[in-house]
Design a protein around this ligand. Sequence first.
Ligand code: ZN
Length: 276
Amino acid sequence: MNPYNPFSLTHFAATIADVCAVERPKQAQPPLDWAVALLKAYCKDGFDRVFLHNADAVGMWLCKAYPQLLEPVRKHTLLTIPFQAVMPSVTPVCFGSMYTGANPEIHGIQKYEKPVIQIDTLFDAFIRAGKRVAIVSTQTASMSNIFLQRPVDIYNCPSEGAIVEKAQELILQDTYDLLCVYTYMYDTMDHRHGPQAPESIAALANQGQIFDSLVSTIERNWTGHNTLIGFAPDHGVHSTPEDSNLLGNHGTDSPLDLNILHYFGVVCGKNIGSKF
Ligand SMILES: [Zn+2]
């Protein structure tokens, strides 16, 4: 049996663009048409907003090993897409492919480095469509650096708690059409303690709680909008007990590192006649 997930992460950007009727990033791989059709069917007026929670390093095997910890994500979502991250499976390379829809040799980040991506991104496509875009992250993170030099508002916060607080504030202010929230504590704890250490599992549980709390705020407050919501990690993890300095890692072509699940849902506020 092929142990790898069937859909390359390079289909993510055009899928989101098509669901929102926004032009695809110029070098993006094609969308997953079945996912676009399914999601669009839930909001007949179309989507005018997107909320994405980019939880670093939450691999598919963790979702299977700890299903109860993902329940706060599942309860808000309708569709799970089994994506395969790109190689090398490290953060800037994977987020680069997610948001450009292009393979690493096209977007230019092929190792752990954080240059500004020069090719077209989903953020640029949303901005061209007149939409306001924000990323909530932390200063040294890939998400705060590789998408600079375009009119995206990047909020750098000193901790994961502060990221969540800022995201809550931005949702209440109701000013962004595409809001990406990057959280990193599972990745940090994994490297430090290993993928299944108690500290890491506590951080994993918190990822589900963060998604639940932010989406609940959207459900209560973005009532005049139709919002596509997504829990969208970048890559997975594997255990490296032989290396005492780094008990968990990623970057290889193991299915543990490459297989990820993205969960999508809809919050329809505009049309009472929708399925929700
Ligand atoms: Zn990562």
